[in-house]
Each structure stands twice: as structure tokens, then as C-alpha cells.
Design a protein around this ligand. Structure first.
Ligand code: ATP
Ligand code: 4MY
Ligand code: MG
Ligand code: MG
Length: 341
């Protein structure tokens, strides 16, 4: 839906509480998302629930100044491009009353697979519930012929997952390969990240974060690589986006030691730290448990504004989150006015 100036949203709606008609402020959420994302995120059930809670979604027209649209209470976005980032950054400066989710600069960190995991490495999270790290990895900027030597020097252990360095959401950025021997690595195309493959029993956990809320689901992942396979197989093999499939591993008949979700307190700590360090409120992370251990976890991927449409209960979680943002904004405004008075 696009709002023209002459048809500004009615920012008050009628709602009936206990038979009494009350005026409720409408929360206007502008969104700048790809059509694919709009389809998976703005599902009719979600938009309907939002409307009942007084939330209205309005498509942003990228060809018109943002200040001429809305007015918005919240802006949701996941579009690429330097120009667009600048537009958002300027809008944030000139419209402090609008919550822009999330700051474009903070999102940039997730668009590079090296900087993406740095926060997790820096955190060094280890407590009585477990240990969370990142697989050892090496960045290759150019010159594929130097890879075998670089891998050797860095002491990385095969097999390795080769991932494009840039994670910009393009199909190419999701083209990953598994390399079984050092010499075949020369066939790869830098810039890329070479990451140690960690056996994890073929199941990964997707941890969705929406502000303070956390939701974890199981997904199928790559199967373990045995020592025997490693000694026999040579080459690099492209693999499909196994974990992105909507098919959840939640109901599958799995080995309980593999399927057991990571401890909740550990994930809460991790999510809280990541929110703070990344400065983001909308993201998910892929986390795996090293096979044969109970509490050694590795974060292998972090995604900005992921496929929330696949998160169970996202309709309620997301709408509550949007409402909470406006409430805290109003509280802050009141506090500021009080201090000024
Ligand atoms: N270090 C690793 N050890 C074991 N398996 C891995 C590792 N890295 C990636 N994988 C497997 O490869 C899949 C894809 O990797 P990754 O999540 O990094 O790619 P992506 O393209 O960013 O995925 P997404 O669609 O979640 O954005 C993972 O879901 C997991 O199954
Ligand atoms: O396609 P879906 O809606 O499922 O969302 C996927 C999302 O694609 P989209 O942003 O184009 O929608 C991906 O973003 P890009 O890396 O490609 O930017 C990435 O975040 C995946 O991890 C998401 O799947 P999930 O991990 O949540 O299952
Ligand atoms: Mg992933
Ligand atoms: Mg990813």
C-alpha cells in the first residue's frame, strides 16, 4: 500500500473496550523490503493481527523523499546500496522521533563474513551452561593459487567450508562449498572465508531475535564428515541452502543428544550481548553443537532481518515488539518534556 499526501493515514482509530469507544493512536510502520521479503514477512494473518492492534504497514516509495511520506513511527528496511543507506542515515538525523530498524551502519557489519562473527569471538562466552565460539577461519582476499599454502600456515584442519566474503543477500553470496583437500582449494574464487567444518550431527539451531524476544528452531544441516570420507574424497563440492528450507527438523526423529536445544540461559546471554555489541534488534544466528559434546557451541552465521515468516508465533512476537517501541519512545518523550519543564 502506498500513501499519497492527500490520503494521509487516519492516525486515530476507534477501538471498543468493554463497550466503551476509545481512541487509539495508529502506529504507522513504513517498510522498504524486496518483494520476496514483503511476501514472506507481510503475510495476511500478520497484517490482520497488526491492524487489530493498531499497526498499519505502509510501503515506502524509494523514488520519493522519505520526509514526504508517512509520517512514520517506525521504519523497517532491508535494501542494499550506498545511496539508500545515506538516505536512511540522513532521515535518522532529521527525524529522531522515528525508530529506524536498524541503523544502516550497524547492519553493514553483517554484510561481511569476517566482521560478522568478530563480536562472538570477542565475547568469549563461557559459563556453567556452555561455551560459545566461532570456527577457526581464514580470509582470502585474492590469488586462489596461494590458498593451499595459506591454509597450511594457518594450521586449519580440513574439511573447510568456503563462503563468499560478502554476504549481501545475492544468490552468489549464498553459494557455499565444502573442500575436502587442500589443493582443490585453488579452484575457488576469492574473496572468501575458509572456515573449519565442525561436525554437529546434521542439525543446527536458528535463534531468531526480535528485540528482547528469542525463539529457537531446529533445522536440518550438513551431515558429519567422517575421517574415512575425508581420507577418500578429494575436491570441492558446492552444496545447496540446506538450512534455509522451510522444513523444520523440530518434529524429526533425532538423536536426543543432537536435537537438544542449547540451554536457554546461554542463548539469552548470547543474544543480549550480541544485541548490545552489534547495535541491532532484528537478526538471527545459526548455532551448532560440536558432535560428541554437550555444551560446545559455534556460531556460524548471523543474518539481518531474516525470514521471520518461518518463525513460529512471529505474528504476536513482532507486533508486540513494534508496540513496545512506540511505548518506550512515548515514555522517553514524556521524560524529556518533564526534565525541560
Ligand atoms: N563451519 C561450519 N561447520 C559446519 N557446517 C557449516 C559451517 N558453516 C556452514 N555450515 C553449513 O552450511 C550452511 C550454510 O552456511 P551459512 O549459514 O554460513 O550460509 P548462508 O548462505 O549465510 O546461510 P543463510 O541462508 O542462513 O543466510 C549452514 O546452515 C550449515 O548447514
Ligand atoms: O528467504 P527468507 O525469508 O527465509 O529469509 C532468508 C533471508 O532472505 P530474504 O531477506 O531475502 O528474505 C536471507 O537473507 P539474505 O542473506 O539473502 O539477505 C537470510 O537471512 C536467511 O537466513 C533467511 O532465512 P532464515 O535463515 O531466516 O531461514
Ligand atoms: Mg545460515
Ligand atoms: Mg547467512
Amino acid at each position: 500500500m502506498r500513501l499519497e499526501e492527500e490520503e494521509q493515514p487516519e492516525t486515530m482509530s476507534q477501538c471498543s473496550v468493554g463497550g466503551l469507544q476509545q481512541q487509539q493512536k495508529v502506529v504507522v510502520v513504513g517498510y522498504a523490503l524486496t518483494s520476496k521479503k514483503t511476501k514472506s514477512f507481510l503475510q495476511p494473518k500478520f497484517e490482520g493481527l497488526a491492524r487489530n492492534k493498531g499497526i498499519l504497514f505502509v510501503a515506502i516509495d524509494q523514488n520519493r523523499p522519505l520526509s514526504d511520506q508517512g509520517p512514520f513511527d517506525i521504519v523497517l528496511h532491508k535494501l542494499t546500496g550506498k545511496e539508500w543507506r545515506q538516505i536512511l542515515e540522513d532521515y535518522r538525523q532529521t527525524h529522531p522521533e522515528v525508530t529506524v530498524l536498524d541503523p544502516p551502519d550497524a547492519i553493514q557489519r553483517l554484510r561481511n563474513r569476517q566482521s560478522m562473527l568478530q563480536c562472538v569471538a570477542d565475547m568469549n562466552l563461557s559459563n556453567s551452561y556452555g561455551k560459545v565460539g566461532v570456527p577457526r577461519q581464514l580470509v582470502i582476499k585474492k590469488d586462489a593459487s596461494s590458498i593451499p599454502d595459506a591454509v597450511n600456515k594457518a594450521g586449519l584442519i580440513l574439511p573447510l567450508v568456503a563462503k563468499p566474503l560478502v554476504a549481501d543477500g545475492s544468490a552468489k553470496s549464498h553459494e557455499l562449498s565444502l573442500a575436502y583437500d587442500q589443493y582443490s582449494l585453488q579452484k575457488l574464487e576469492p574473496p572468501l572465508v575458509l572456515q573449519e567444518f565442525v561436525n554437529h550431527g546434521g542439525v543446527l539451531f536458528k535463534v531468531y531475535i526480535v528485540g528482547e524476544a528469542i525463539k529457537v528452531v531446529r533445522r536440518f544441516s550438513l551431515p558429519d564428515v567422517t575421517k574415512r570420507e575425508l581420507s577418500k574424497i578429494k575436491g570441492v563440492f558446492r552444496f545447496p541452502r540446506v538450512s534455509c528450507a522451510a522444513a523444520s527438523a523440530d518434529d524429526a526423529d533425532l538423536d536426543p543428544s543432537v536435537a537438544e536445544l542449547p540451554p536457554r540461559p546461554l542463548l539469552e546471554r548470547l543474544a543480549k550481548e550480541l544485541r548490545r555489541r552489534l547495535g541491532l534488534r532484528l537478526f538471527n544466528l545459526d548455532i551448532i553443537r560440536e558432535h560428541g559434546t554437550r555444551d560446545h557451541f559455534y556460531v556460524i552465521d548471523i543474518n539481518y532481518f531474516p525470514g521471520y515468516g518461518k518463525m513460529p508465533g512471529y505474528e504476536h512476537i513482532f507486533t508486540d515488539f513494534l508496540l513496545s517501541l512506540v511505548q518506550s519512545h512515548t515514555r522517553n518523550d514524556r521524560a524529556r518534556n518533564f526534565l525541560k519543564a
